[in-house]
Design a protein around this ligand. Structure first.
Ligand SMILES: CC(=O)SCCNC(=O)CCNC(=O)[C@H](O)C(C)(C)COP(=O)(O)OP(=O)(O)OC[C@H]1O[C@@H](n2cnc3c(N)ncnc32)[C@H](O)[C@@H]1OP(=O)(O)O
Length: 131
């Protein structure tokens, strides 16, 4: 799993108990999943279809640096299924796990469309192949 994105937990991200608000974390995860799917599928019209059980394993507090990891675990016809782990950057303590996030590739009319992808690709390889 690659941990691309880091976040610094700020006062505006906290709940009334002074720990990281779960809704804020899910917002960050949804955006990270969308970015991952857009890059993998090479299409900016991708939507979140389904999110499985979410396990809030431990809390984060103000000032913590957390990192969001996403990995593709299945390529469907129009969908891509991801898993997500968020952990404390310094201690590697798991904060949240999401087993399945299904993102769907859309055409210009907003209908599911085949993406033609079967495996994880890296942008650097795409760029090298175009040389
Ligand atoms: C990043 C964001 O903020 S996106 C904003 C939030 N998301 C949205 O607004 C999406 C709203 N939903 C929709 O517009 C529609 O449900 C659509 C277009 C995504 C899908 O429409 P559907 O009629 O369900 O499409 P369809 O039945 O063809 O399924 C499309 C794919 O999703 C998968 N899928 C559909 N429902 C589910 C489900 N409940 N769980 C897992 N996968 C599902 C299907 O297996 C299919 O994958 P495949 O082509 O790889 O086999």
């Amino acid at each position: 799993m690659n941990y691309h994105t880091r976040k610094w937990v700020k006062p505006e991200d906290l709940n009334p108990n002074h720990s990281l608000f779960g809704g804020r974390l899910l917002q960050w995860i949804d955006e990270e999943a969308a970015l991952y799917a857009i890059i993998q599928l090479e299409n900016t019209k991708v939507v979140t279809k389904f999110i499985s059980e979410i396990n809030f394993v431990s809390s984060a507090k103000q000032g913590d640096i957390i990192e969001i990891g996403i990995e593709a675990i299945h390529f469907g016809t129009s969908s891509i299924t991801l898993k997500c782990d968020v952990r404390n950057k310094m201690t590697h303590q798991t904060i949240i796990t999401v087993d399945k996030i299904v993102m769907v590739n859309l055409d210009a009319d907003g209908n599911p469309a085949p993406h033609g992808k079967t495996r994880i690709e890296f942008v650097k390889d795409r760029l090298n192949n175009n040389l």
